[in-house]
Write a protein that binds this ligand. Structure first.
Ligand code: C2E
Ligand code: CA
Ligand code: CA
Ligand code: CA
Length: 276
């Protein structure tokens, strides 16, 4: 208890402008939610555009708060990232996601699962052994797990991030660059990354049908990725016109409300049966 209070005080001092008493309380509650099973994962399908098959899911974190309702990850992940809480948080997400992947396997629903990780995880020396331990404990083939790292996150310490990605890749885990196009990584850096997938940020996808310059960005990203033998995922596909345009341009995979919203695991099973 005393230790926790000290940590919270340190947190308060570090960035006192951002840490109102409410944010501090939320941080304490988030720590409790991680420890006591108060978080959950939703799963959003990824669709291969050539044949519209479901080829995997992305796990997205949800925090159903007793008083505030569902708190979106954009509100509490930055809070966790501002302290050490991001480590147990990601550990919980990986543990839960791998458990689910294992259950799907046992039900004969072969699929890949992507998990978002933060730059702080990537730069943490404990992360790799923990990841290896979780794969071992859940008896899940590393090839079925994909980790998504945002482009911006890599740029905080590009060399260390690169080494960490290489070590993760050596475990057999796949890697993708999330929110591609919103960061500032150079082509020279991109070329060195042991990454199999680029995910084009939703901001370029949502208007690509009406907006010629967005369409050009999508096209250039496709050419770039394919030349590096990477696959491309378009995120935030909300209508059929966008899906059709992406298919025409040769985009590999799409994700978005048009195909399926993020949903709890129980609903995934129903969704799959209905779709089949
Ligand atoms: P992201 O990884 O870029 O995830 C995509 C976000 O877009 C998700 O928001 C998803 O629900 C939303 N989305 C999917 N399809 C559509 C669509 O067709 N239209 C629109 N408007 N939105 C769509 P969400 O779940 O609120 O997550 C927001 C961000 O929080 C994620 O962005 C990711 O960066 C972060 N996040 C989520 N879960 C985790 C996690 O477990 N760990 C970490 N470190 N970050 C996470
Ligand atoms: Ca993501
Ligand atoms: Ca994204
Ligand atoms: Ca995003």
């Amino acid at each position: 208890q005393a230790k926790r209070e000290r940590r919270e005080y340190a947190l308060y001092q570090r960035s006192s402008d951002n840490y109102t008493p409410e944010r501090l309380a939320l941080h304490t509650q988030l720590g409790r939610a991680i420890r006591e099973g108060g978080l959950c994962l939703h799963y959003q399908p990824k669709i291969r555009l050539s044949d519209r098959q479901v080829i995997g899911f992305e796990a997205l974190l949800r925090w159903p708060h007793p008083d505030k309702g569902m708190i979106p990850p954009s509100e509490f992940i930055p809070l966790a990232e501002s302290t050490e809480l991001i480590h147990p948080l990601t550990r919980w997400v990986l543990d839960e996601a791998l458990g689910q992947l294992r259950r799907w396997q046992e039900q004969g629903l072969g699929t890949c699962l992507a998990v978002n990780i933060s730059t702080h995880n990537l730069l943490n020396p404990h992360f790799l052994p923990e990841l290896a331990g979780l794969l071992e404990r859940h008896q899940v083939a590393a090839e079925l797990l994909e980790l998504e790292v945002t482009e911006g996150a890599l740029m905080e310490d590009p060399e260390l991030a690169l080494r960490s990605l290489q070590a993760i890749r050596e475990l057999g885990v796949s890697l993708s660059i999330d929110d591609f196009g919103t960061g500032y990584s150079s082509l020279a850096y991109l070329k060195r990354l042991p990454v199999q997938v680029l995910k084009i940020d939703r901001t370029f996808i949502s208007a690509m049908v009406e907006n010629a310059s967005d369409a050009v960005i999508v096209q250039s990203t496709l050419a770039l990725a394919h030349n590096f033998a990477m696959q491309v995922v378009a995120e935030g596909v909300e209508d059929d016109a966008t899906a059709a345009a992406l298919t025409r341009l040769g985009c590999d995979i799409a994700q978005g409300y048009h195909f399926g919203r993020p949903m709890p695991a129980a609903e995934v099973e129903r969704w799959r049966t209905e779709r089949a």
